[in-house]
Design a protein around this ligand. Structure first.
Ligand SMILES: O=C(CO)COP(=O)(O)O
Length: 267
């Protein structure tokens, strides 16, 4: 693997170093595995055991997001080298909210990340920008880090609205969160999710740089330079290297391919 991620991290360091020299910063590559609503006790136990013996590069952040019901199992069996994320959280303190999971409960199971605004929550479940913003604000206020997802539908891309949609979703996060220190932005074009139709490196880079520019204009230059913007949507072993070469792609959020250990260990 890890030669793979190591070499890209080094390239990314060079790009970022040149681009943001004034901040003397480089962004650590981030690889997130979103297991979505997949797995059984047995299959997850096998994946965890494979992950525990995988050789992961030291300078890549690796985070996995198992389904809620397996969080405890994963936390109790997975190496501490890999952090754990939830796939959703409630907007505030727990209580009489049937079927919801609170941030406090997630922290209690050892989660330190949560994915919010995923397109499957937006478009299948019907969560809107404000609701997602509230969730992000509450999660951050309780010390949970946030993977903040944005991305356009196919018809929005075809109508030339990609930037408008992504910027509107960014604004909802920006209006809600007091700080971007613990936020990673995941650009996931909806038409690329689970379809095998990955964005080209140019399509992804074009949005990533626009989102970084949006952060610069609307939040601050420092936040723009420090915030990792990762790509998700049909990423796999064959397309990841070209995507990772793009200057503003700081990692991946991966669905289907993250259910196999080899995704974390390409070499
Ligand atoms: O939704 C995704 C990650 O959050 C991407 O899913 P796929 O990698 O299966 O397209």
């Amino acid at each position: 693997m890890c030669i793979f991620f190591c070499s890209f991290t080094l390239q990314i360091f060079t790009f970022k170093h040149l681009q943001f020299l004034s901040f003397l910063l480089c962004l650590q590559f981030f690889v997130g595995g979103n297991w979505k609503c997949n797995g059984t006790k047995d299959s997850i136990s096998k994946l965890v055991s494979d992950l525990n013996s995988a050789k992961l590069e030291a300078d890549v952040d690796v985070v996995v997001a198992p389904p809620f019901v397996y969080l405890d199992q994963v936390k109790n069996s997975l190496t501490d080298r890999i952090e754990i994320s939830a796939q959703n959280s409630w907007i505030g303190k727990g209580g009489a909210f049937t079927g919801e999971i609170s941030v406090e409960q997630l922290k209690d199971t050892g989660c330190n990340w949560v994915i919010l605004g995923h397109s499957e929550r937006r478009h299948v479940i019907g969560e809107d920008d404000q609701f997602i913003g509230k969730k992000a604000a509450y999660a951050l206020s309780q010390g949970l880090k946030v993977i903040a997802c944005i991305g356009e539908l196919l018809q929005e891309r075809e109508a030339g609205k990609t930037f408008d949609v992504c910027f509107q979703q960014m604004k909802a996060f920006a209006d809600a969160v007091p700080s971007w220190d613990d936020v990673v932005v995941a650009y996931e074009p909806v038409w690329a999710i689970g379809t095998g139709k990955v964005a080209t490196p140019q399509q992804a880079q074009e949005v990533h740089i626009a989102v970084r520019d949006w952060l610069k204009k609307n939040v601050s230059a420092e936040v723009a330079s420090k915030t990792r913007i990762i790509y998700g949507g049909s990423v796999n072993g064959s397309n990841c290297s070209e995507l990772a070469k793009q200057e503003d792609i700081d990692g991946f959020l991966v669905g289907g391919a993250s259910l196999k250990v080899y995704f974390y260990c390409w070499a």
